[in-house]
Write a protein that binds this ligand. Sequence first.
Ligand code: SF4
Length: 485
Amino acid sequence: MILEILGHSYQYELEKLTRLFFPNEKIHVVFEKRTQSDAEPLCSTEIRDGSARVFCRFGEKAWEQNVTLENVQDPELQIASMLFCALKELTGYTPKWGLLTGIRPSKLLLALQAEMGNENARTYFRDRFFVSEEKTALTESVASREEAIIRTSRPDSCSLYVSIPFCPTRCSYCSFVSHATTSPTAKKLVPEYVSLLTKEIAQTGAYAKSLGLRLESVYFGGGTPTTLSAEQLESLLAAIDSAFDLSTVREYTVEAGRPDTVTRKKLDTLKNGGVTRISINPQTFNDAVLREIGRNHTSALTESAYLEARDAGFHNINMDFIAGLPTDTPDSFASSIDRALRLQPENITVHTLSLKRASRLGTQNTQVERAAGLAADEMLGYAYRNLTENAYHPYYMYRQSKTLGNLENTGYAKSGFECIYNIFMMEECHTVFAVGAGAVTKLKSPHGKEIERIFNYKYPYEYISGFEEILARKEKILPFYEKYI
Ligand code: SF4
C-alpha cells in the first residue's frame, strides 16, 4: 500500500486513518508522486493551488475527489474526510468510530460542547467525524458522567497507584509486564519486591504529607495484586496507612482479577485494611474460552470468588470482560454478560481484545481481523444495550490503538459506583503518585495543566537492582510543586 502525501504535512493522521482499514498492511508513505504498477494499492492525498485532491485505487476500483479549500477552516479534517469516504467505499467497511483515531472521544465531545452547545456538538461529532449513532450516544453518556466526577477533584487532590506486576500464570493474550509466579525466578523476587515497595510508599507518603495533599483514591493494579500472600498484602496496606492520611480517601481499589488467587483470608485482610472496591475478572464465563486463553480456572470458581467477596463485606465489585477473545462468539459473550447481570456487580468493564495480543494468537490477516472486529462490535453492542437497560451507565471509556475493529473499552457502573480513580487518572485531573515496577508518577500542577512524569524501572528485577535510583528520581516531586505553589 502506497500513501502519497503531497503538498501538505498531515502524514500522521492520514497514515493512522489508512491503518484503520488496513491494520496489517505495510503502508509506504511517500512525499512525491510515484509511478506505480496498477496492481499496487494506492492512496494519493494532495493539497495544491487551494484545492484538496484524493485519489485511491485498489485493483479495478478507483475513487477520486477534488474540493476547493476556499471556505474550509480545517484543511486537515477536509482531506481526512475525503480519504475516509474513499476507503469506506472501496473496501465496503465502515469503522464505527469514523475517522476518530484518538484515545478519548469524550474529551473531544466535551470540548465541542463547551464551544457550540450540546445539540450542535452532537451533530458535529456524528456528522463531521462519521461516528455511528450508537458510538455518539455512548460518548455523550460517558462525557456527562466523567464531567461530574472531574469536578470533584480539587487543586490539592492526589491519588496513589501501586503496581504489583505478578500473576499466578500468564494469559495467552497478555501484553502487560507481568511475571508468572509459576516461574521460580519470578517467585523469588516477590518478598524483596514487597519489602522495597513499602519503602517507596513511605517516601511517597512523606512527600504527599509535606505538600499538604489530599489523597482521594488508591488503586492496586498489575498484574494481579492478590497473587501476593495475605501477609504481604497486609504489609503493603499497613505501609500506606502509616505513610498517608487516609481520612480523605473516597475509594480504595485492589484488583483481585484472577479468581484463582482469591482466598477468604486475603479478602478479610483487604477489608480490614480499608479496601472498599475490588475487581474480580471473569473475562468470559465460557470455560472452553478460559482454557483457550490459558486461564487455569473455571467460571464456577469466578462465581464462588465473587460470592465470597460479597460475604466478606465488599459492596463495590467490578467485573472485567473482553470482547473478541479467541474462539468466543457473540452468543457466548452475550451469555457471559447475562450471567454477570444475574450476579449484579456494581461495575462491569467491557474491554476489546487488543490486536497486539490477538496477533500473538495468529490472526494476522486483514480479512480475518475484520471479521473478528465485526464480531467484537456485535458483542460490544450487546453489552451496551443490555447493561444500559439494566441500570448500568457507561461512565468511562478509552480507545487503544490496535484493538479489534478499532473499538473501545468501556466502564459501566450503577449510579454512585463509578470508579473515580479511572477518571482521575485518564483525565489527568490531579497528581497520581505511582509506586512499584513499571509505575509512572504523573505530577500535575495544582491550578494549571502542566504535567511532569517520573518513570520507575519497568521490570521487577530492575526495580530491585535500581531501587536507589528510583528513590532519587522521586526527589523531583518537591521542586515540581515549588514552581506552582
Ligand atoms: S491476569 Fe492480566 S496481567 Fe495477569 S497475565 Fe492475565 S492478562 Fe496479563
